[in-house]
Design a protein around this ligand. Structure first.
Ligand code: NCD
Length: 348
Protein backbone atom coordinates (compact mmCIF):
# COMPACT_ATOMS: atom_id res chain seq x y z
CA UNK A 1 0.00 0.00 0.00
CA UNK A 2 1.34 3.45 -0.84
CA UNK A 3 2.03 5.63 2.21
CA UNK A 4 1.58 8.99 0.55
CA UNK A 5 0.04 10.65 -2.46
CA UNK A 6 3.51 11.01 -3.98
CA UNK A 7 4.04 7.28 -3.72
CA UNK A 8 0.58 6.58 -5.14
CA UNK A 9 1.40 8.88 -8.08
CA UNK A 10 4.62 7.05 -8.76
CA UNK A 11 2.82 3.73 -9.16
CA UNK A 12 1.81 2.47 -12.60
CA UNK A 13 -1.91 2.56 -13.49
CA UNK A 14 -1.98 -1.21 -13.09
CA UNK A 15 -0.51 -1.07 -9.57
CA UNK A 16 -2.80 1.77 -8.61
CA UNK A 17 -5.92 0.01 -9.83
CA UNK A 18 -5.86 -2.32 -6.80
CA UNK A 19 -6.63 0.45 -4.35
CA UNK A 20 -9.25 1.95 -6.65
CA UNK A 21 -11.33 -1.19 -6.07
CA UNK A 22 -13.34 -2.16 -3.04
CA UNK A 23 -12.78 -5.30 -0.95
CA UNK A 24 -15.41 -7.00 -3.14
CA UNK A 25 -13.29 -6.35 -6.23
CA UNK A 26 -15.71 -3.82 -7.68
CA UNK A 27 -14.56 -0.49 -9.05
CA UNK A 28 -14.87 2.22 -6.41
CA UNK A 29 -13.05 4.91 -8.33
CA UNK A 30 -12.91 4.84 -12.11
CA UNK A 31 -10.04 7.04 -13.26
CA UNK A 32 -8.78 5.48 -16.47
CA UNK A 33 -9.64 2.89 -19.08
CA UNK A 34 -6.80 0.56 -18.04
CA UNK A 35 -8.88 -0.34 -14.99
CA UNK A 36 -11.21 -2.44 -17.14
CA UNK A 37 -10.61 -6.02 -18.00
CA UNK A 38 -12.49 -7.72 -20.77
CA UNK A 39 -14.85 -9.57 -18.43
CA UNK A 40 -15.98 -6.38 -16.70
CA UNK A 41 -16.24 -4.46 -19.95
CA UNK A 42 -18.42 -7.13 -21.54
CA UNK A 43 -20.52 -7.47 -18.40
CA UNK A 44 -21.28 -3.73 -18.44
CA UNK A 45 -22.01 -3.74 -22.16
CA UNK A 46 -24.44 -6.66 -21.70
CA UNK A 47 -26.18 -5.03 -18.72
CA UNK A 48 -26.50 -1.72 -20.60
CA UNK A 49 -28.02 -3.56 -23.53
CA UNK A 50 -30.47 -5.31 -21.24
CA UNK A 51 -31.52 -1.98 -19.74
CA UNK A 52 -31.76 -0.35 -23.17
CA UNK A 53 -34.02 -3.03 -24.55
CA UNK A 54 -36.22 -3.37 -21.44
CA UNK A 55 -39.87 -2.41 -21.70
CA UNK A 56 -40.22 1.11 -20.23
CA UNK A 57 -43.28 -0.02 -18.23
CA UNK A 58 -41.93 -3.47 -17.37
CA UNK A 59 -40.86 -4.99 -14.05
CA UNK A 60 -37.14 -4.74 -14.83
CA UNK A 61 -37.29 -1.00 -15.41
CA UNK A 62 -39.37 -0.63 -12.24
CA UNK A 63 -36.72 -2.52 -10.25
CA UNK A 64 -34.03 -0.38 -11.84
CA UNK A 65 -35.73 2.84 -10.84
CA UNK A 66 -35.46 1.74 -7.20
CA UNK A 67 -32.01 0.13 -7.35
CA UNK A 68 -30.04 3.00 -5.78
CA UNK A 69 -32.85 4.77 -3.98
CA UNK A 70 -31.54 6.77 -1.04
CA UNK A 71 -28.17 7.38 -2.69
CA UNK A 72 -26.95 10.71 -4.00
CA UNK A 73 -24.63 11.60 -6.87
CA UNK A 74 -22.81 14.93 -7.01
CA UNK A 75 -21.66 16.08 -10.44
CA UNK A 76 -18.78 18.51 -10.45
CA UNK A 77 -18.07 19.70 -14.00
CA UNK A 78 -15.39 22.36 -14.18
CA UNK A 79 -15.26 22.08 -18.00
CA UNK A 80 -18.15 22.42 -20.47
CA UNK A 81 -20.27 19.37 -21.22
CA UNK A 82 -23.52 18.45 -22.90
CA UNK A 83 -23.76 14.69 -23.44
CA UNK A 84 -21.63 13.43 -20.60
CA UNK A 85 -23.32 15.64 -18.04
CA UNK A 86 -26.89 14.98 -19.12
CA UNK A 87 -26.41 11.26 -19.59
CA UNK A 88 -24.73 10.82 -16.20
CA UNK A 89 -27.42 12.85 -14.52
CA UNK A 90 -30.26 10.94 -16.19
CA UNK A 91 -28.48 7.63 -15.62
CA UNK A 92 -28.15 8.31 -11.89
CA UNK A 93 -31.78 9.42 -11.65
CA UNK A 94 -32.95 6.47 -13.73
CA UNK A 95 -31.63 4.06 -11.11
CA UNK A 96 -33.15 5.97 -8.22
CA UNK A 97 -30.36 8.33 -7.17
CA UNK A 98 -30.88 11.99 -6.48
CA UNK A 99 -28.40 14.32 -8.12
CA UNK A 100 -26.83 17.66 -7.36
CA UNK A 101 -24.39 19.60 -9.46
CA UNK A 102 -21.70 22.25 -9.60
CA UNK A 103 -21.26 23.34 -13.20
CA UNK A 104 -20.15 26.91 -12.63
CA UNK A 105 -17.21 26.82 -10.22
CA UNK A 106 -17.25 30.63 -10.27
CA UNK A 107 -20.39 30.39 -8.15
CA UNK A 108 -18.91 27.88 -5.70
CA UNK A 109 -16.68 28.58 -2.69
CA UNK A 110 -13.62 28.26 -4.91
CA UNK A 111 -13.95 32.02 -5.46
CA UNK A 112 -13.53 32.49 -1.72
CA UNK A 113 -10.17 30.84 -1.99
CA UNK A 114 -11.23 27.25 -1.36
CA UNK A 115 -9.06 24.67 -3.03
CA UNK A 116 -10.44 22.23 -5.59
CA UNK A 117 -9.58 19.43 -3.20
CA UNK A 118 -11.64 20.93 -0.37
CA UNK A 119 -14.55 21.46 -2.75
CA UNK A 120 -14.32 17.82 -3.79
CA UNK A 121 -14.00 16.59 -0.20
CA UNK A 122 -17.19 18.51 0.57
CA UNK A 123 -18.98 16.62 -2.19
CA UNK A 124 -17.52 13.37 -0.90
CA UNK A 125 -18.97 14.04 2.56
CA UNK A 126 -22.38 14.98 1.20
CA UNK A 127 -22.94 12.37 -1.49
CA UNK A 128 -22.34 8.70 -2.26
CA UNK A 129 -20.75 9.25 -5.64
CA UNK A 130 -18.82 12.11 -7.19
CA UNK A 131 -18.75 12.40 -10.97
CA UNK A 132 -15.91 14.70 -11.92
CA UNK A 133 -14.81 16.56 -15.02
CA UNK A 134 -11.71 18.71 -14.61
CA UNK A 135 -9.11 20.21 -16.92
CA UNK A 136 -6.26 19.12 -14.67
CA UNK A 137 -5.77 15.34 -14.81
CA UNK A 138 -4.12 15.49 -11.41
CA UNK A 139 -7.31 16.71 -9.72
CA UNK A 140 -8.97 13.31 -9.89
CA UNK A 141 -5.79 11.42 -8.99
CA UNK A 142 -5.34 13.48 -5.86
CA UNK A 143 -9.00 13.20 -4.92
CA UNK A 144 -9.00 9.43 -5.46
CA UNK A 145 -6.01 9.15 -3.17
CA UNK A 146 -7.68 11.26 -0.46
CA UNK A 147 -10.86 9.15 -0.63
CA UNK A 148 -8.76 6.04 -0.21
CA UNK A 149 -6.49 7.47 2.49
CA UNK A 150 -9.40 8.83 4.55
CA UNK A 151 -11.36 5.58 4.16
CA UNK A 152 -14.37 7.37 2.67
CA UNK A 153 -17.05 5.17 1.10
CA UNK A 154 -17.69 7.67 -1.72
CA UNK A 155 -17.49 6.32 -5.26
CA UNK A 156 -15.72 8.41 -7.88
CA UNK A 157 -16.09 8.50 -11.66
CA UNK A 158 -13.93 10.32 -14.18
CA UNK A 159 -16.10 12.23 -16.65
CA UNK A 160 -13.05 13.71 -18.40
CA UNK A 161 -9.62 14.47 -16.96
CA UNK A 162 -7.92 17.15 -19.03
CA UNK A 163 -6.31 15.81 -22.18
CA UNK A 164 -5.69 12.47 -20.49
CA UNK A 165 -8.74 10.20 -20.25
CA UNK A 166 -12.49 9.90 -20.57
CA UNK A 167 -13.19 6.27 -19.78
CA UNK A 168 -16.99 6.32 -19.90
CA UNK A 169 -17.07 7.90 -23.36
CA UNK A 170 -14.78 5.08 -24.48
CA UNK A 171 -17.20 2.58 -22.94
CA UNK A 172 -20.08 3.70 -25.11
CA UNK A 173 -17.87 3.92 -28.19
CA UNK A 174 -16.58 0.38 -27.75
CA UNK A 175 -20.10 -0.85 -26.94
CA UNK A 176 -21.23 0.51 -30.31
CA UNK A 177 -18.35 -1.31 -32.01
CA UNK A 178 -19.12 -4.54 -30.13
CA UNK A 179 -22.72 -4.34 -31.36
CA UNK A 180 -21.43 -4.25 -34.96
CA UNK A 181 -18.33 -6.45 -35.03
CA UNK A 182 -16.61 -9.42 -33.44
CA UNK A 183 -13.64 -7.63 -31.93
CA UNK A 184 -11.75 -10.89 -31.35
CA UNK A 185 -11.87 -12.01 -34.95
CA UNK A 186 -8.55 -12.86 -36.49
CA UNK A 187 -9.23 -13.62 -40.13
CA UNK A 188 -8.99 -10.83 -41.01
CA UNK A 189 -8.44 -8.86 -37.80
CA UNK A 190 -10.62 -5.84 -37.23
CA UNK A 191 -8.93 -2.56 -38.19
CA UNK A 192 -9.90 0.59 -36.31
CA UNK A 193 -8.65 4.00 -37.44
CA UNK A 194 -8.42 6.71 -34.78
CA UNK A 195 -8.14 10.09 -36.43
CA UNK A 196 -7.38 13.71 -35.55
CA UNK A 197 -5.89 15.39 -32.51
CA UNK A 198 -4.70 12.19 -30.87
CA UNK A 199 -2.19 13.94 -28.66
CA UNK A 200 -4.94 15.79 -26.79
CA UNK A 201 -8.17 13.87 -27.37
CA UNK A 202 -8.85 12.11 -24.10
CA UNK A 203 -11.65 10.04 -25.62
CA UNK A 204 -9.26 8.66 -28.25
CA UNK A 205 -6.74 7.71 -25.57
CA UNK A 206 -9.33 5.91 -23.46
CA UNK A 207 -10.82 4.13 -26.48
CA UNK A 208 -7.41 2.97 -27.58
CA UNK A 209 -6.79 1.42 -24.15
CA UNK A 210 -10.15 -0.36 -24.26
CA UNK A 211 -9.49 -1.66 -27.77
CA UNK A 212 -6.19 -3.02 -26.48
CA UNK A 213 -8.25 -5.48 -24.41
CA UNK A 214 -8.77 -7.15 -27.80
CA UNK A 215 -5.15 -7.55 -28.85
CA UNK A 216 -6.08 -8.83 -32.32
CA UNK A 217 -7.65 -5.46 -33.20
CA UNK A 218 -5.29 -3.45 -35.44
CA UNK A 219 -5.21 0.16 -34.34
CA UNK A 220 -4.29 2.75 -36.94
CA UNK A 221 -3.46 6.20 -35.55
CA UNK A 222 -3.99 8.89 -38.17
CA UNK A 223 -2.85 12.38 -37.15
CA UNK A 224 -0.71 15.31 -38.22
CA UNK A 225 2.85 14.97 -36.88
CA UNK A 226 2.38 17.58 -34.15
CA UNK A 227 -0.78 15.93 -32.88
CA UNK A 228 0.40 12.32 -32.91
CA UNK A 229 -0.69 9.97 -30.13
CA UNK A 230 1.30 10.30 -26.89
CA UNK A 231 4.38 8.08 -26.65
CA UNK A 232 3.22 6.84 -23.24
CA UNK A 233 0.19 5.19 -24.81
CA UNK A 234 2.07 3.87 -27.84
CA UNK A 235 4.66 2.25 -25.58
CA UNK A 236 1.99 0.73 -23.32
CA UNK A 237 0.19 -0.77 -26.32
CA UNK A 238 3.38 -2.10 -27.87
CA UNK A 239 4.26 -3.78 -24.58
CA UNK A 240 0.92 -5.54 -24.75
CA UNK A 241 1.61 -6.76 -28.26
CA UNK A 242 -1.13 -4.69 -29.91
CA UNK A 243 -0.69 -4.23 -33.67
CA UNK A 244 -0.29 -0.53 -34.18
CA UNK A 245 0.19 1.55 -37.30
CA UNK A 246 0.88 5.29 -37.22
CA UNK A 247 0.40 7.45 -40.26
CA UNK A 248 -0.16 11.04 -41.27
CA UNK A 249 -1.99 9.99 -44.45
CA UNK A 250 -5.72 9.41 -43.99
CA UNK A 251 -6.18 8.68 -47.69
CA UNK A 252 -3.51 6.02 -47.69
CA UNK A 253 -5.39 3.83 -45.18
CA UNK A 254 -9.06 4.70 -45.57
CA UNK A 255 -9.93 1.59 -47.56
CA UNK A 256 -8.43 -0.71 -44.90
CA UNK A 257 -10.61 0.57 -42.07
CA UNK A 258 -13.56 -1.31 -40.59
CA UNK A 259 -14.19 1.50 -38.15
CA UNK A 260 -13.20 5.16 -38.10
CA UNK A 261 -13.13 7.22 -34.93
CA UNK A 262 -12.90 10.94 -35.64
CA UNK A 263 -11.96 13.67 -33.16
CA UNK A 264 -12.06 17.45 -33.25
CA UNK A 265 -9.08 19.69 -32.65
CA UNK A 266 -8.71 20.06 -28.88
CA UNK A 267 -7.59 23.67 -29.02
CA UNK A 268 -8.55 24.42 -25.43
CA UNK A 269 -5.36 22.63 -24.40
CA UNK A 270 -2.74 25.20 -25.41
CA UNK A 271 -1.56 26.88 -28.55
CA UNK A 272 -2.19 25.31 -31.92
CA UNK A 273 -0.10 26.85 -34.69
CA UNK A 274 -1.66 28.09 -37.91
CA UNK A 275 0.26 25.42 -39.81
CA UNK A 276 -1.27 22.65 -37.71
CA UNK A 277 -4.72 24.21 -38.05
CA UNK A 278 -4.37 24.28 -41.80
CA UNK A 279 -3.15 20.67 -41.85
CA UNK A 280 -6.06 19.53 -39.69
CA UNK A 281 -8.39 20.01 -42.65
CA UNK A 282 -6.90 16.76 -44.02
CA UNK A 283 -8.31 14.76 -41.16
CA UNK A 284 -11.99 15.11 -41.90
CA UNK A 285 -14.37 12.59 -43.39
CA UNK A 286 -15.25 14.42 -46.59
CA UNK A 287 -17.92 12.90 -48.80
CA UNK A 288 -15.15 11.86 -51.22
CA UNK A 289 -13.49 9.94 -48.42
CA UNK A 290 -16.79 8.48 -47.24
CA UNK A 291 -17.28 7.14 -50.76
CA UNK A 292 -14.03 5.18 -50.41
CA UNK A 293 -14.90 3.79 -47.00
CA UNK A 294 -15.87 0.10 -46.85
CA UNK A 295 -19.61 -0.59 -47.21
CA UNK A 296 -19.82 -2.24 -43.79
CA UNK A 297 -17.65 0.33 -42.00
CA UNK A 298 -18.69 2.05 -38.78
CA UNK A 299 -18.00 5.75 -38.19
CA UNK A 300 -17.87 7.19 -34.68
CA UNK A 301 -17.18 10.59 -33.16
CA UNK A 302 -17.42 11.47 -29.44
CA UNK A 303 -18.96 14.88 -30.31
CA UNK A 304 -18.97 17.84 -30.28
CA UNK A 305 -17.96 17.84 -33.93
CA UNK A 306 -16.65 20.55 -36.14
CA UNK A 307 -15.97 20.10 -39.83
CA UNK A 308 -14.34 16.65 -39.45
CA UNK A 309 -17.73 14.90 -39.65
CA UNK A 310 -20.13 16.83 -41.91
CA UNK A 311 -23.77 16.70 -40.83
CA UNK A 312 -24.75 15.38 -44.28
CA UNK A 313 -23.11 12.10 -43.30
CA UNK A 314 -25.63 11.58 -40.48
CA UNK A 315 -27.86 10.03 -43.13
CA UNK A 316 -25.15 7.54 -44.11
CA UNK A 317 -26.06 4.31 -42.27
CA UNK A 318 -22.38 3.69 -41.54
CA UNK A 319 -22.26 6.64 -39.13
CA UNK A 320 -23.15 5.56 -35.61
CA UNK A 321 -22.25 8.58 -33.51
CA UNK A 322 -25.86 9.36 -32.55
CA UNK A 323 -26.46 5.73 -31.64
CA UNK A 324 -23.39 5.96 -29.40
CA UNK A 325 -24.86 9.05 -27.69
CA UNK A 326 -28.06 7.09 -27.07
CA UNK A 327 -26.12 4.23 -25.51
CA UNK A 328 -24.36 6.61 -23.11
CA UNK A 329 -27.15 6.75 -20.58
CA UNK A 330 -27.47 2.98 -20.33
CA UNK A 331 -23.75 2.33 -20.08
CA UNK A 332 -23.49 4.86 -17.29
CA UNK A 333 -26.41 3.24 -15.48
CA UNK A 334 -24.66 -0.13 -15.79
CA UNK A 335 -21.42 1.34 -14.46
CA UNK A 336 -23.07 2.95 -11.41
CA UNK A 337 -25.00 -0.24 -10.67
CA UNK A 338 -21.74 -2.18 -10.79
CA UNK A 339 -19.95 0.25 -8.49
CA UNK A 340 -22.68 -0.05 -5.89
CA UNK A 341 -23.00 -3.83 -6.21
CA UNK A 342 -26.48 -3.65 -7.70
CA UNK A 343 -25.80 -5.25 -11.05
CA UNK A 344 -27.13 -8.64 -10.12
CA UNK A 345 -29.87 -10.10 -12.29
CA UNK A 346 -32.73 -9.37 -9.94
CA UNK A 347 -31.32 -5.95 -8.94
CA UNK A 348 -32.51 -6.64 -5.42
C1 NCD B 1 -15.52 14.86 -25.54
C2 NCD B 1 -14.78 15.37 -24.33
O1 NCD B 1 -15.29 16.11 -23.53
O2 NCD B 1 -13.65 14.95 -24.21
N1 NCD B 1 -16.89 15.04 -25.47
C3 NCD B 1 -17.64 14.10 -24.82
O3 NCD B 1 -17.58 13.95 -23.63
N2 NCD B 1 -18.42 13.31 -25.57
C4 NCD B 1 -14.91 15.17 -26.82
C5 NCD B 1 -14.51 16.57 -27.12
O4 NCD B 1 -14.73 17.50 -26.37
O5 NCD B 1 -13.95 16.73 -28.22
Amino acid sequence: MPESYEEFRSWSPRQRSGILRGPDGRLRALLYAQQFDRALLEQLVALAERIRSAEPEGAFRAALSRALRGRAAALYFQQPSTRTFVSFSLAAQGIGMVTEEIRSPERASLVKGETTLDTLLTLAELSDCVILRHDDPEAIERFAWEIHDRGLPTRLVNAGSGADQHPTQALLDIATLISRFDLSRTDPPLTVGIVGDLRRARTARSLSYLLALYPTVRQVFIAPPDLAMGRDLVTALEERGVTLVETTEFDAVIEELDAVYLTRMQDEYGETSETVRALFGNYRLSSERAARLRPHACVLHPLPRREELPIELDRDPRTRHWEAVHRGRFLRMALLLHMFGKDTTDLS
